[in-house]
Design a protein around this ligand. Structure first.
Ligand code: TXA
Ligand code: MG
Length: 324
């Protein structure tokens, strides 16, 4: 049983930031906005605090967490960077890129953050509130997306409260997340940089810095242990790449196709960045609209497989995958 807490809503005022950092120091869970999705934060050096993340989310313990830090210098104190990792950090931090690198000896990191792996996932978020909280706290904050494991990621404070209200000490009010899909995760193996999860930074942008495309992670072994097939699951089942809805389906559009069925449009203008920012909120809202109309399926328009569209399609495929 997770005890019921009175989840406090904090603002980005100096007082709110001091309160949030104070709760983190005392080993409590604090949710906060990043440019991608809301994160569920705990002091990354405190075993008991990090254990609370797994309990609050119902997250499997073999699935490691991302450590968030205020700047690249703080990241270098936790992990060993090679030349390519440094170039990527310089190009994309602060921003939606996560680098998986060897843990530096003596780093103050709970082994629950890395799930016992010799590597740690690191990211410097660009959201001003996330940055202010990390600077005020002064250490690394472990933060997965602030949703119950397997469900749709939160892009507003209200989404966080829906899923985790009463299970966490506090949540910051920071409005809607501007990017809307999680960070791109890169690992560094023998054969060079590997794309462990498509996300907010398109692979094409990474290729411009490195001079080659990152290798997609193998389909066999789960390299980013969290990349289970079924994830981001709404209640309704999804039918992807649909030309339009049947009478039994709600419709998630992209581009100018209209429908008489219950529907929402990711971007009527066909803009991929707008579609990414709307994705999770629209999935939640349309799920509720479908249920209210007695429909158990959502048809989804095709999304171009380029730029951030790759991350959108990845999340849609996981949302559509058969449940475990
Ligand atoms: O945008 C984001 O990345 C958000 C915000 C809150 O920063 N966070 C997020 O965390 O998406 P989460 O826990 O939902 O996803 C973290 C992913 C998981 O798939 C996990 O398996 C992978 O990162 N990961 C963490 N540490 C790893 C490691 N050492 N090696 C490989 N994969 C790792
Ligand atoms: Mg997640």
């Amino acid at each position: 049983m997770v005890e019921t807490l009175n989840t406090v809503i904090l603002s980005d005022s100096p007082r709110g930031l001091r309160a949030g950092a104070g709760l983190l120091r005392r080993g409590e869970l604090v949710a906060f906005p990043t440019e991608t999705v809301y994160g569920l934060g705990a002091d990354a050096g405190d075993d008991r605090a990090v254990a609370k993340i797994y309990a609050a989310k119902g997250r499997p313990r073999f699935n490691p967490l991302i450590a968030h830090v205020a700047d690249a210098e703080a990241a270098e104190r936790l992990a060993v960077f090679d030349e390519e990792a440094r170039r990527l950090a310089a190009a994309f931090w602060p921003g939606p890129l996560t680098l998986v690198l060897p843990v530096r000896e003596g780093a103050r990191l709970s082994s629950l953050v890395t799930a016992g792996l010799p590597t740690v996932a690191l990211r410097v978020p660009a959201h001003p509130l996330a940055h202010a909280l990390l600077a005020e706290f002064g250490g690394a904050v472990a933060a997965p997306s602030a949703n119950p494991s397997g469900r749709v990621s939160p892009t507003t404070r209200e989404h966080v409260m829906e899923g985790l209200g009463g299970r966490i000490a506090a949540v910051f009010e920071g409005g809607a997340c501007p990017v809307g899909v999680e960070s791109t995760i890169l690992g560094f193996g023998e054969g060079g940089p590997r794309l462990l999860r498509p996300g907010g930074v398109p692979a094409e942008a990474i290729a411009e810095i490195l001079g080659r495309m990152p290798v997609p992670a193998g389909a066999g072994a789960i390299e980013a242990p969290g990349q289970l097939a079924s994830h981001y699951a709404p209640a309704a089942t999804l039918r992807l790449d649909a030309a339009g809805p049947t009478r039994e389906e709600a419709w998630l559009g992209f581009g100018p196709v209209e429908s008489l069925q219950p529907s929402l449009n990711l971007s009527p203008a066909g803009d991929l960045a707008e579609a990414a920012a709307n994705l999770f909120a629209h999935l939640r809202a349309l799920d509720a609209m479908a249920a209210a109309a007695g429909l158990s399926r959502i048809a989804v328009a095709p999304i171009p497989e380029q730029g951030i569209g790759v991350a959108i399609n990845d999340r849609l495929r996981r949302a559509a995958a058969p449940r475990e």
